[in-house]
Write a new protein. Structure first.
Length: 260
């Protein structure tokens, strides 16, 4: 099942996914090893979690972030990175920038939300200078790498399947390689990124996993008995933990060079 998924709660997204994004983003930036003083574009910047990493770690000369959600953009502008980065509402398939405006264009956990991934990659190539980098990392949802997959499996078994992004297959490694090659990018390289996040207890994990708007809608539509059963099954699948819980997420990453 695929549906349009919109994020309008910047603070909720920060707790649910922003922390995960930075964990994976740290590994991603280590892998990219970018030069300082570059011009960056963060496509689908959301609430600015990855943009903040760019500002903190990459010493960029300029950073622009775009996202379709006004609420997310407002949250991003309120971050410390908002003193450096420029944020605006924008569409990944119609980037509001001239050709060859950036040294690097990145998507952090976004490509599976874009209705036309090939069009978005073409747009990133267009706005990056020859010799510049087009890159992304995205949860391997179909391969079980999404951090919320444990709850998703429980709900699916109960007949309440979790929502899938509209372009979920785009995050598969072979699909990413095809997208980058079809866009005419060269020197394509890929890697898997696996990260872990620690939760204080089961309640911390449950409250975090159920923060997204789409998940809240599904939980709200369930009876109290169904919610209790979902909690019981999730706890059992995690080994009935009494204390801290560690969960994993796995993302696929790719980078390519704009030919010159």
């Amino acid at each position: 099942m695929a549906e349009q998924i919109v994020f309008e709660d910047g603070a909720g997204y920060e707790q649910m996914m922003g922390i995960w994004s930075r964990l994976a983003g740290d590994v991603f930036l280590d892998w990219l090893a970018p030069q300082p003083a570059q011009r960056w574009l963060d496509v689908g910047c959301g609430n600015g979690a990855f943009t903040e990493l760019l500002v903190q770690r990459c010493a960029p000369s300029a950073v622009d972030g775009i996202d379709p959600s006004a609420a997310q953009i407002d949250f991003a502008r309120a971050r410390p990175a908002g003193r450096v980065a420029r944020f605006q509402i924008g569409d990944a398939m119609a980037l509001p920038f001239p050709d060859a405006s950036f040294d690097v264009a990145a998507m952090a956990l976004v490509i599976f939300f874009v209705p036309d991934p090939a069009g978005a990659v073409a747009q990133m190539r267009r706005v990056v200078r020859p010799g510049g980098v087009v890159c992304t990392y995205a949860w391997d949802i179909l391969g079980g790498g999404f951090p919320n997959a444990p709850l998703g499996r429980v709900l699916k078994d109960m007949g309440v399947p979790a929502p899938l992004p509209p372009s979920v297959e785009a995050a598969r490694m072979d699909a990413l390689r095809t997208l980058w090659a079809d866009a005419g990018l060269t020197d394509i390289d890929t890697r898997e990124i696996t990260v872990q996040r620690h939760f204080e207890n089961f309640e911390d994990l449950w409250s975090t996993m159920t923060l997204s708007a789409s998940m809240r809608v599904r939980i709200a539509a369930m009876t109290a008995d169904q919610v209790a059963e979902a909690r019981r099954r999730l706890r059992a699948n995690l080994g009935d933990p009494d204390g801290a819980i560690t969960c994993s997420g796995r993302a696929n990453a790719i980078r390519g060079i704009v030919p010159g």
